[in-house]
Write a protein that binds this ligand. Structure first.
Ligand code: FDA
Ligand code: NAP
Length: 448
């Protein structure tokens, strides 16, 4: 199906994390079922090999979803790409079951993802950063049904141009830093934590601080406390103390596939209720076991009359500057919002992420994408951005749809079903296009 001379594909996936991996598998399973209707695909990923938040693969970090919310099971429980199939292939299925735990470590889940991607490797190009998505010269006036993607290699040079009838953008969350804080070799965002930690001599780290009261902050605080027995570790938390991530069964229903329809077709009031009542399932919250681990360490210090682990509660970072060798952090501290400055050897900002934002990639094309009154993309139920009628290509997004599809948009919970829905939509679009071309061919029309 793919025309290799011009490198044209029915669909090109931009970014190859779990979301587009799940889509690649959905397309592969479609091909196996109906080889005559194969959808040609290519997935472009800027990393040199598969990696899922590698810099947060801390040794004891566990998944925040059940292993059954893997790449496929909710869409196709008999898939050979399931986590259970992976365990079976690895010879660990009985041991995993004996362990009686729904939540594998992130390291084990990472191995599963690597195993899955190796089975669709012929459709992935690593070291391939998409730098722009454009209409071909002539634009929509040309009535071309393709988009043109420029791809840079590891050196940053444009190494390849590919054409796509549809794109699926899944470039992931964007790290958020506190205002007035720039990243450098002493000020890190949690998304770069392990890489920067490994480049630092642990012996030099005597005063470290971690900003934030979310899962990343709590995991990093625990890690640093355990890894650096000589260091003072300060947790700068904006709340009074860490709050627990609600994963009790009724609340967890907001991650069910059906909740997407309730959110998408619900009223503005419904959508607001999702966020008001259930934001604490995911944002600025921490798993119960990690909270208890940290409290136990803190209490143990009280018993031993040592104070290496400090909690600066009700505290926000308002600025960071370099003073000689010191990283000087400006803080608003405590109930009176007292302004203070503290020096640290390293400041880790576990200050969360902003939602995926494809505008930069789309450039000129963005003009053809329609927005709502609040300036956000309008998105169809099948995750396709609503475009002006003259735009013949599909621009799908996996991520960045919290305002239309709800809380699962940036999470793994629903990726099996979501990527199945996108695959179905792509199949229908390609079938429509092929039927149109068959008619045109019969009447001797132009086929591009
Ligand atoms: P993801 O960010 O994983 O992948 C995007 C990919 O696009 C990256 O590989 C990136 O390199 C690539 N890319 C970006 N721009 C590109 C470009 N221009 N060209 C080519 N490639 C480009 N959720 C959950 O439900 N359960 C969980 O347990 C966790 N755990 C978790 C841990 C940590 C540490 C974080 C930070 C987040 C989670 N999450 C989570 C939420 C998280 O968003 C989710 O797990 C997935 O990473 C979403 O997968 P995506 O493929 O959408 O994005
Ligand atoms: P997060 O939940 O958004 O938390 C960010 C934290 O930083 C919040 O407490 C926020 O407080 C705080 N913050 C922001 N600016 C600040 C400032 N200037 N001063 C002080 N505090 C500030 O981000 P996250 O912890 O990185 O989690 C993101 C996603 O990754 C979640 O889905 C999470 O579940 C997931 N995750 C999963 C795992 C795992 O699977 N084991 C590990 C890590 C993360 P405010 O809310 O008050 O702004």
């Amino acid at each position: 199906m793919s025309d290799r001379a011009h490198e044209t594909y029915d669909v090109v996936g931009i970014g190859f994390g779990p979301s587009n991996l799940s889509l690649a598998i959905a397309l592969e399973e479609h091909r196996a079922k109906s080889p005559e209707n194969e959808i040609s695909s290519l997935f472009l990923e800027r990393q040199s090999s598969f990696g899922w938040h590698r810099n947060m693969l801390l040794p004891s970090a566990t998944m925040q979803i059940s292993f059954l919310k893997d790449l496929v099971t909710f869409r196709n429980p008999t898939s050979s790409f399931s986590f259970i199939a992976y365990l079976h292939a690895s010879g660990r299925l009985p041991q995993f079951v004996n362990n009686q735990d729904f939540f594998p470590t992130r390291q084990e889940f990472h191995q599963y993802l690597e195993w899955a991607q190796s089975r669709v490797a012929d459709r992935i190009a690593y070291n391939s950063e998409v730098t722009s998505v454009r209409l071909p010269p002539g634009g929509v006036a040309e009535a071309s049904d393709r988009l043109r993607l420029e791809v840079a290699d590891a050196t940053g040079r444009t190494s390849r141009v590919v054409e796509a009838r549809n794109v699926v953008i899944s470039t992931g969350l964007v790290p958020n830093m506190p205002e007035g804080a720039e990243r450098d070799d002493r000020v890190w965002h949690s998304s770069e934590f392990l890489a920067k930690y490994r480049r630092t001599d642990p012996g030099e780290l005597r005063r470290v601080a971690v900003v934030g009261a979310g899962q990343s902050a709590a995991e990093i605080t625990r890690f640093l406390y355990d890894e650096l027995p000589h260091a003072e570790v300060s947790a700068i938390i904006p709340s009074y103390g860490y709050s627990v991530a609600d994963d009790t069964p009724f609340a967890n229903q907001i991650f069910d596939p059906g909740a997407v329809d309730d959110y998408y077709f619900g009223t503005e009031q419904t959508r607001e209720a999702f966020w008001r009542y259930h934001r604490n399932t995911n944002y600025s919250v921490v798993d119960d076991d990690v909270i208890r681990d940290l409290y136990r360490r803190s209490y143990d210090e009280e018993v031993r009359s040592v104070r290496r682990l400090q909690f600066l509660n009700l505290t926000r970072v308002t600025g960071v500057k370099r003073v000689g060798e010191e990283t000087r952090v400006s803080l608003q501290v405590g109930p009176d919002a007292e302004v203070r400055e503290l020096d640290f050897d390293v400041l880790v900002c576990a200050t969360g992420y902003n939602t995926m934002q494809p505008t930069g990639l789309l450039g000129e094309l963005d003009r053809h994408c329609l927005r709502d009154e609040a300036g956000r993309y309008r998105v169809e139920r099948d995750y396709r951005i609503v475009t002006a009628p003259e735009m013949p290509c599909g621009i799908y997004v996996q991520g960045g749809t919290e305002h239309t599809h709800g809380l699962t948009s940036s999470l793994l919970s629903n990726i099996a079903v979501r990527s199945g829905e996108i695959a179905d939509s792509l199949v229908a679009r390609c079938a429509g296009r092929n039927a149109e071309h068959a008619v045109l061919a019969e009447v001797g029309g132009d086929i591009r």
